[in-house]
Design a protein around this ligand. Structure first.
Ligand SMILES: O=C(O)C1=C[C@@H](OP(=O)(O)O)[C@@H](O)[C@H](O)C1
Ligand SMILES: C=C(OP(=O)(O)O)C(=O)O
Length: 446
């Protein structure tokens, strides 16, 4: 993506947003469905797969290591797996593009199979920390060579005789937890991950669905997750629910554009992902959930959201992991609320596709909103208005920064511009069309 010419975009204030927003499949679950499908025996059928670039890069990686993967229809894919321990050595470098989830989970998946794999990524991914993954993978017996600072490219020589690991994650991260669990699949005995704060649990849920023995115990240390190694995973049918992190954008837009009412069907209500909705409700958001159901081991419901008068809130640090990707868009909603919104315990935002605290603070300030930051917090001083009209916000190859500023423009007093919307295709390729269908005036800069 870094070699492609930037695509400047802008959004302009306009009338209410109305209609139905069919947001794409969940990104986290889509990566995991492809990886676990590839690590299973037999056929996995996936419906609702997110066809964003991040997930397509994971599919390509799984193919390069021997899985047969085919797209039958939009969102409908089949994976014929190679079984636990069955990955073949890829001939080329595995390029995970912009995707932290892709590269970190696949590193875990290969670390206990005796093959050598070199991973790379785009300019954004090449700045992100990888030692948090390679350190625990070395405990299994994998050999690792990385660039200075533990950065990509990283080469992993998977362990020949892997040993199981007991690992306490040093930061709240589902990617670290998942990398260790995926490595544990091909280690004999029990691999244990302990996390002080709960993080998204899709790996645990899906491993159970594919036939692994995995338990989660709540203890004073936190969540203790125990996986029994070397199971035979069997191909499954996976129905991917719609992504709450993508839903956040039309939901936020409807809340801040007067007169709006939008329906967002079929989104995951997994409690490890619902921090944004809890926070919006505390701010006074009019959110109605209908038709709760279970789809493929994940709770799902339809959401109706109406324009609301909002007030600032304090978001507790303990909630950060359950809404970690939603802080950029929350900061836009917070600007349209009355009063101060304080987001605590968000240091991890500094090591995402961009430093999201810095990127949001700068872009909001340029568009007339007052923001304070500390190393691990961000405070937006909401005045119920975004003046807009500033310099194009720098997006640093970060899809969520681009979409957040475009949503801001829909409720601002003057257009809001971004320097490059290209990265939106990593997680929400249909974003512009979907938002325009609701009545939003946004798109490439003329
Ligand atoms: O496991 C996952 O699918 C993800 C975990 C989160 O990252 P961390 O584990 O680094 O917090 C999140 O930011 C990312 O978008 C997806
Ligand atoms: C942080 C994100 O993704 P990843 O870590 O997979 O790049 C995200 O989608 O907001």
């Amino acid at each position: 993506m870094s070699n492609v010419a930037p695509s400047p975009m802008s959004a302009r204030p306009g009338g209410p947003l109305t209609g139905t927003a069919h947001v794409p499949g969940d990104k986290s679950i889509s990566h995991r469905a492809l990886i676990l499908g590839a690590m299973s025996v037999g056929r996995t059928r996936i419906t609702g797969l997110l066809e964003g670039q991040d997930v397509l890069d994971t599919a390509r990686a799984m193919r390069a290591m021997g899985a047969r993967i085919e797209r039958l229809n939009p969102g409908e894919w089949i994976v014929d797996g190679v079984g636990v321990g069955g990955f073949g050595e890829p001939e080329g470098v595995i390029d995970c593009g912009n995707s932290g989830t892709g590269v970190r989970l696949i590193m875990g998946a290969v670390a206990t199979t005796p093959i050598t794999v070199t991973f790379t990524g785009d300019a954004s991914l090449s700045r992100r920390p990888m030692r948090r993954i390679t350190d625990p993978l070395a405990l299994f017996g994998a050999e690792i060579i990385a660039r200075e600072g533990g950065l990509l490219p990283v080469t992993i020589r998977g362990a020949q005789d892997a040993v199981p690991v007991r690992y306490q994650t040093p930061v709240a991260s589902a990617q670290i937890k998942s990398a260790v669990l995926l490595a544990g699949l091909n280690a004999p005995g029990q691999t244990v991950v302990i996390e002080a704060e709960p993080t998204r649990d899709h790996t645990e849920r899906m491993l159970t669905g594919f036939g692994a023995t995995i338990t989660t115990e709540i203890t004073p240390e936190g969540r203790v997750i125990t996986l029994t190694g070397q199971p035979e995973l069997l191909g499954q049918n996976v129905a991917v629910p719609r992504d709450p992190s993508s839903a956040a954008f039309p939901v936020a837009a409807a809340l801040i554009v007067p007169g709006s009412e939008v329906r967002v069907p079929g989104i995951s209500r997994n409690p490890t992902r619902d921090g944004l909705f809890v926070t919006l409700q505390e701010m006074g958001a009019d959110l109605t959930w209908e038709n709760p159901r279970d789809e493929g081991g994940e709770p799902v419901a339809d959401l109706i959201v109406r324009h609301s008068t909002l007030h600032g809130v304090e978001v507790p640090a303990e909630r950060a992991a359950s809404m970690i990707d939603e802080f950029p868009i929350l900061s836009v909603v917070a600007a349209m609320a009355q009063g101060k919104t304080v987001m605590n315990g968000v240091a991890e935002l500094r090591v995402k596709e961009s430093d999201r605290i810095d990127a949001m603070a700068r872009g909001l300030r340029d568009n007339g909103v007052s923001v304070d930051e500390t190393p691990d917090s961000m405070t937006v001083h909401g005045r119920g208005v975004i003046p807009g009209g500033g310099a194009p916000a720098a997006t640093h190859l970060d899809h969520r920064i681009a979409m957040s500023f475009l949503v801001a423009g829909l409720a601002a007093q003057a257009p809001v511009r971004v320097d490059d919307g290209g990265a939106i295709a990593t997680s929400f390729p249909d974003f512009v069309r979907l938002m325009r269908n609701l009545g939003a005036d946004l798109g490439p800069d003329a």
